[in-house]
Write a protein that binds this ligand. Structure first.
Ligand code: ADP
Ligand code: MG
Length: 256
């Protein structure tokens, strides 16, 4: 029973299609994507702007409804068992979907309330997350006044308030300076390696992907065009950047 449970992938996407709109204006953002991400993975989802990364993430996290296909988080269907599925995943979205007048403490508190976590437990967790991400000095500063790096740290805290096993970070270091980016990397590495969180990350910084991720998939025009371990992408001595450019260029020729 236990062995069976542990072999359940953290995330399974089966033949996901997402079409926006209808008729001649319909846009297929995700085109038959299948992915299986094991527990404990640090997974990098790469692809050019408009490839379908955020749409895929929105379908996983229940923000968007899939047009067809199925998504299971630790065996739980994100559409049929939405309430259960959402407890298993924390999201730091690409665009800040927050009240900019809220403080980091309030952001975590509101999200904790959304998940129905009792105030006492919520407060304990907020204290831990504030310390954890070195937000003590900034805990009562309005979001709009925070630097890019601090904003991302507040979002990370908010994404973890309900202790999800799966953490999804959509471009978590966009607009973050180099030094703060290194700090974020250290937090993320620890969450994965020490706390055992499964992490899915999208990023345009291929150096970041190379540093953090164990497994990588490249999506282009809504389709997965390459998938493998970091080592597989880097064999023959190429960097992730070289491999990425080669693969996206070749797939542009095939898909367009
Ligand atoms: P990425 O995150 O990889 O940059 P997105 O998932 O944001 O890509 O977008 C994939 C495609 O879907 C793009 O062509 C984008 O313009 C389109 N798209 C995204 N969101 C919407 C929407 N709400 N309505 C219509 N089209 C959308
Ligand atoms: Mg995006």
């Amino acid at each position: 029973m236990l062995a069976n449970m542990s072999s359940t992938p953290m995330l399974e996407i089966k033949d996901l299609v997402k079409v926006y709109g209808t008729g001649p204006k319909a846009k297929t953002a995700v085109n038959h994507v299948s992915l299986s991400i094991p527990k404990g993975s640090f997974f990098g989802l790469l692809g050019p702007n408009g490839a379908g990364k955020s749409t895929t993430i929105q379908c996983i996290t229940g923000i968007s409804q899939p047009t067809s296909g199925q998504i299971l988080i630790d065996g739980t269907d994100v559409v049929a068992e939405y309430k259960k599925a959402r407890t298993k995943v924390g999201l730091s979205p690409q665009e800040f979907n927050v009240d900019i007048f809220s403080t980091p403490t309030e952001l975590m508190d509101f999200m904790g309330g959304y998940y129905g976590i009792p105030a006492e437990v919520r407060n304990e967790r907020i204290e831990k997350l504030i310390k954890r991400f070195d937000l003590t000095e900034h805990r009562n500063v309005k979001f709009q006044k925070l630097s890019g790096g601090l904003k991302r740290r507040a979002m990370l805290g908010r994404a973890l308030i309900h202790t999800p096993d799966l953490l999804i970070l959509d471009e978590p270091t966009a607009g973050v300076d180099v030094e703060q980016r290194r700090d974020l990397w250290a937090y993320l590495k620890e969450l994965n390696e020490v706390e055992g969180k499964t992490i899915i990350l999208t990023s345009h910084y291929l150096e970041e992907i190379e540093y953090l991720c164990k497994d990588i998939a490249i999506i282009n025009h809504g389709r997965i065009v390459a998938e493998g371990t970091k080592e597989e992408f880097m064999k023959e001595g190429t960097s992730i950047e070289e491999a990425y450019l080669k693969i996206t260029r070749a797939s542009n020729a095939n898909l367009s």
